[in-house]
Structure formats: structure tokens, C-alpha cells
Design a protein around this ligand. Structure first.
Ligand SMILES: NC(=O)c1ccc[n+]([C@@H]2O[C@H](COP(=O)([O-])OP(=O)(O)OC[C@H]3O[C@@H](n4cnc5c(N)ncnc54)[C@H](OP(=O)(O)O)[C@@H]3O)[C@@H](O)[C@H]2O)c1
Length: 271
């Protein structure tokens, strides 16, 4: 049986929906389980019951400092080994993302998985087109960002979910594989053009100052977001790979459309 973790998160819920469409049975693990789901909180080892699970889709539980994320993943992987899981599919970070502020926890998790004795597949996910679009800010004159003219190989979250479902459905075909699952490069200017507005670039210092003044961000988030901005701006995140299209065996969802929709959704007065 497959289990997908983080079931009420966006990537995992789309992965479970994809598995459902393929008539592949799967368990869902969540910190806040519905009656049909298993309670699974990486921060609470007592909840980690993986009996009966053969393929574990470990959706990264980021959004925390590295020590916390790595400890979470280690706890879950220990439980997987104990409970007889055969294969771990991990949703990691694109190979071009090594410079990003949150890369270390992903690479540390990959190492734990590769040396852990279970069969594995690593899906090195590109940054979501939804995220890229949402990081552009509206001004009275159009859009603003610190991305400059740099491109990002953005990818629709739904395509990453489909890739996870493909691999989990037939894990033996993907043992020991690292896939770089990214879409086509897109730019902030391209999003602005699509929406018929201008795009203005701000400096990284100004961007970081704005992030540090944002009351809703956790301490680790300003450096994380600034690292995405400098990575895109300086051309470190426009890597391409055929892996995703090969896995899906269909054209990818257009990341520019997904990103532009996400930007449009944040336009003042939209809601
Ligand atoms: N590629 C990208 O652009 C990108 C962007 C942002 C994040 N990410 C990474 O990709 C992951 C999935 O993205 P997403 O869009 O689905 O994020 P999301 O909607 O925020 O979902 C993340 C889910 O992770 C699960 N989780 C968090 N802490 C956990 C813990 N201690 N134990 C067990 N589960 C925990 C939760 O699932 P339950 O609510 O069901 O417990 C949560 O809903 C994120 O967690 C993050 O690591 C990638």
C-alpha cells in the first residue's frame, strides 16, 4: 500500500487525487487526519505507524529551520525502516537549487534516504509556478519584484503531484533514480506582459528590508525568499530537464499561465 504524507497540504492532496484517478489505492497521513486518514505528525514519534505501507511518498515538511526539518524527516525515515516500508519517494528540491537557503535540509534528507537501506526515488521538484507568481507585488504602476530579468524553471504543482503519483504507482521502475522535475523557464517580465502591465525591478537590499518588515513571516523566511530572488535574478534557477515530461508522458501545464493566474489572484480589489 502507498502512503502519502502531509495529506492536507496542497502537493500531497493533489498527489492523492492523481492516485485516485488512476484507481491506485493509497493511505493518507496527516497531522490533522479526517476519519479516512492516518494520524501522522513527524514531530510526534508516537503517531508514526507505517505498518502495511510498502511505498512511502515523503512530502517534505519544510517551513521550519533546518535542524527541525531534518529531525522530522529522520524520525519518519526511522519509523519507515522499523515498520517494513520497502520504497521511499521523496519530494526534494531541483538540482539548480543548491544555492537556496532551504537546500541543505533537502540534501541532508536525500543523504539519509540513500544511506538508509530502503529502495528510493528522489523527485527534485522545481519551484512552484504558483509560488513565483505570488511573489510578485502589485504597485499602482503594475508589478514589482527583485527577480530582474532572470528566469525560473517554474512548474505547476499539479504536474509535480502527477509525477509523484506515476513513480509511487510503479516504484520498482524508478529505484535509485534522481529526477529533476522542472518546467520551462519563465520571467517576472513575462508574467507582467501576460497580464498587460509593466514590471519594475527593485534591488535585493530593498527586497530584504521589505521582507524583514513583514510581520507575518517567520524568522527563517526572509533569508529563504531573498535567496530565491538572487538565484532567479542571477540565472541560477533556469535549468531545464526532460525528466518531468518523460515521467508524465504528456506536455507540461504551462507554468507562465499558472504563475500569471497566481499573480492576478493577488491583485488588489480582486476579492
Ligand atoms: N517547490 C516549491 O516551490 C515549494 C514551495 C514551498 C514549499 N515547498 C516544500 O514542499 C512541501 C509541499 O508543498 P505544499 O505546497 O504541499 O505545502 P503545504 O500546502 O503548506 O503543505 C505542507 C504540508 O506538510 C505537512 N507537514 C508539515 N509539518 C509536518 C509535520 N511536522 N509532520 C507531518 N506533516 C507535516 C502538512 O500536512 P498536514 O496538514 O496534512 O499535516 C502540511 O499541510 C512543503 O512542505 C515544503 O517543504 C516546495
Amino acid at each position: 500500500m502507498i502512503m502519502v504524507t502531509g495529506a492536507n497540504g496542497q502537493l500531497a492532496s493533489l498527489t492523492l487525487a492523481e492516485l485516485g484517478e488512476r484507481d491506485v489505492p493509497a493511505l493518507a497521513g496527516s497531522r490533522t487526519p479526517t476519519s479516512a486518514q492516518r494520524h501522522l505528525d513527524f514531530d510526534d514519534p508516537a503517531t508514526l505507524d507505517l505498518t502495511g505501507v510498502s511505498t512511502l511518498v515523503l512530502v517534505s515538511a519544510g517551513y521550519a529551520e533546518d535542524d527541525q526539518v531534518i529531525a522530522r524527516h529522520r524520525t519518519l525515515l526511522d519509523a519507515a525502516g522499523r515498520d517494513g516500508v520497502a520504497h521511499v519517494v521523496y519530494t526534494s528540491l531541483t538540482s539548480a537549487g543548491d544555492h537556496l537557503g532551504f537546500a541543505l535540509a533537502h540534501r541532508a534528507t536525500e543523504q539519509m534516504i540513500k544511506t538508509g537501506g530502503l529502495a528510493w526515488t528522489i523527485l527534485r521538484n522545481g519551484l512552484y509556478a504558483e509560488l513565483f507568481g505570488a511573489l510578485l507585488a502589485w504597485t499602482p504602476d503594475g508589478l514589482e519584484s527583485a527577480f530582474g530579468t532572470g528566469a525560473l524553471s517554474a512548474v505547476a504543482r499539479a504536474d509535480l503531484a502527477a509525477a509523484a503519483a506515476v513513480v509511487a504507482s510503479e516504484p520498482t521502475a524508478h529505484v535509485g533514480k534522481v529526477y529533476d522535475v522542472v518546467g520551462d523557464p519563465i520571467t517576472a517580465g513575462g508574467i507582467a506582459d501576460r497580464l498587460g502591465v509593466a514590471h519594475h525591478t527593485i534591488g535585493l537590499g530593498e527586497y530584504r528590508t521589505r521582507l524583514l518588515g513583514e510581520p507575518n513571516l517567520l524568522p527563517f523566511q526572509p533569508p529563504m525568499l531573498a535567496s530565491i530572488a538572487t538565484g532567479v535574478r542571477h540565472g541560477f534557477l533556469d535549468n531545464t530537464s526532460p525528466d518531468l515530461m518523460r515521467l508524465l508522458d504528456r506536455p507540461l501545464t504551462d507554468p507562465l499561465t499558472v504563475a500569471a493566474d497566481a499573480t492576478a489572484a493577488t491583485r488588489p480589489g480582486t476579492h
